[in-house]
Design a binder for this molecule. Sequence first.
Ligand SMILES: Nc1ncnc2c1ncn2[C@@H]1O[C@H](COP(=O)(O)OP(=O)(O)OP(=O)(O)O)[C@@H](O)[C@H]1O
Ligand SMILES: Cc1ncsc1CCO
Ligand SMILES: [Mg+2]
Length: 250
Amino acid sequence: MAAASLAWSAAALIDKIRKRHPRIHCLTNGVAQAFTANALLALGAQPSMTNSVEEVEAFVEGADALLVNLGTLDEPGRQAMRLAIGVANRRGIPWVLDPVFVERSSGRSTFAHELIAHGPKVIRGNEVEIAHLSQGQAIDGFARALGAIVAATGTTDRLVDGNRAIGIPNGHPLMGRVTAMGCANAALIAALLTVADDPFEGCAAAMLAAGVAGEIAAEHSSGPGTFASAYLDALHGLDSGKLATRARVI
Ligand SMILES: Nc1ncnc2c1ncn2[C@@H]1O[C@H](COP(=O)(O)OP(=O)(O)OP(=O)(O)O)[C@@H](O)[C@H]1O
Ligand SMILES: Cc1ncsc1CCO
Ligand SMILES: [Mg+2]
């Protein structure tokens, strides 16, 4: 996919989000909840973050997509995730797995593999997390074996689905100096999946939007604190001109 066509498609998909306000139900870690909800709102989507075992099924019942993030797992959280994924799969709505810190504990790794067996549409993690999950396979082989899209973020974001691969180098080092940028990125992917006919294109659009917003934010901030706010402002202000001027694809 060329940079110009990615920018054009991302702008069109973001317009759809701003018109439709899809609701993304997020089972995410306590560190990332507020920033993730704000990033979704800044893009034009609607977040819901309820994570209780008692209510999660009702919330996913009316949602357009689901995010499952393993950042601060505990047993009730694991149960809520199993219930939420059950509803998402029954309804056929896409869900995204963010395997935060999967390499840090064997229990988390086992749980991540349990969830992966239930068919996430997208797995988005940083390079270390994706390398751990793919156990030394090339990530395109990993994606093909799962029938999922795999996104490995970092200095360059890499996206594969087994047949296609794209690298998006947009972004800024300050994105690595604020917590939950990756968690929010996975939520943006979930949002874009709800409006994209081609999920690969939706994922690429989310990663481009995040990277371009990061570049714009860096020009309007003086460090991580102001960067986080400027990032939300930049997501809110994204348009086809900004995306087209800055989009890079490798
Ligand atoms: N050095 C960098 N240059 C450009 N973009 C970056 C850089 N570091 C991170 N990013 C961007 O930041 C976002 C988050 O990616 P990262 O790989 O840091 O996620 P993460 O480790 O899962 O973060 P977290 O767990 O804190 O939410 C992505 O959009 C990525 O492109
Ligand atoms: C810092 C941190 N610890 C658990 S989750 C999280 C947010 C980044 O993934
Ligand atoms: Mg992460």
